[in-house]
Design a protein around this ligand. Sequence first.
Ligand SMILES: [Zn+2]
Length: 57
Amino acid sequence: MKIICPDCKKTAHLEDDFSFVRCSYCSLDLTYGEYVKYIAYKDARYSDILSDYKNNR
Ligand SMILES: [Zn+2]
């Protein structure tokens, strides 16, 4: 299954049994569980940036 790589935004590959996420562009190589945490972590940081932006206005 093709997914968006969280690092380089290119096409990464999720194994059909959801075991691994791999990106050939930036050599991302995570288990699916790690991938989900990675996405959540990135989203949290992005939300933090947005709230900082609002607070500073
Ligand atoms: Zn990548």
